[in-house]
Design a protein around this ligand. Structure first.
Ligand SMILES: [Fe+2]
Ligand SMILES: [Fe+2]
Length: 170
């Protein structure tokens, strides 16, 4: 199963892409009937929440200040994080990981996440590649990795915290 990736510094685009690949791998394992689905889901919840929160607090504001992305893009991406969190919570609330319901909620999370990763890679990471300096991308990578690690240590993927985030977004 995919182990939680350690937070490394470096180019923020590369770090975010590595997480996106990891999400896709974790989703694949969630679909696999042979997996320890509860354990995979717990890790996915942790990294997903840490990743999205760190993007919102460390990456989007800086790209916005540098005019790489506009306010609407920030709002749209944040809204997609909220939708992803709601789909994540719905899946975490299913008790039987072998049930049809677990399967259909996995599908819903998978759809929400794939949609967001695609848009973010095209509309946020591309301007980060072309409109900000390498130095900025490195500084942002360090800030993102540090915040992501802090959130993981704080237990950000606990169901109580996921619920709190979903309720706050309503
Ligand atoms: Fe992302
Ligand atoms: Fe995102």
């Amino acid at each position: 199963m995919p182990k939680i990736l350690p937070a490394t510094g470096g180019d923020v685009v590369e770090i975010i892409l590595a997480d996106h690949r990891w999400f896709e791998e974790a989703l694949r394992e969630l679909r696999d009937v042979r997996s320890d689905r509860a354990a995979v889901l717990a890790d996915l919840a942790t990294v997903l929440i840490a990743h999205a929160e760190a993007e919102e607090s460390k990456v989007y504001p800086s790209l916005r200040r540098k005019d790489a992305i506009d306010a609407e893009e920030v709002e749209h991406s944040t809204h997609e994080h909220d939708e992803g969190n709601a789909a994540l919570l719905a899946l975490m609330e299913v008790e039987d990981t072998d049930s049809e319901e677990f399967s259909s909620k996995t599908h819903e999370l998978s759809e929400a996440l794939s949609h967001h990763l695609d848009e973010e890679e095209r509309d946020v990471l591309n301007p980060a590649r072309t409109d900000v300096s390498e130095e900025t991308r490195r500084l942002l990578g360090d800030a993102f990795a540090e915040e992501r690690a802090r959130l993981i240590d704080s237990g950000c993927g606990d169901i109580a915290n996921v619920r709190k985030l979903v309720e706050a977004a309503d």
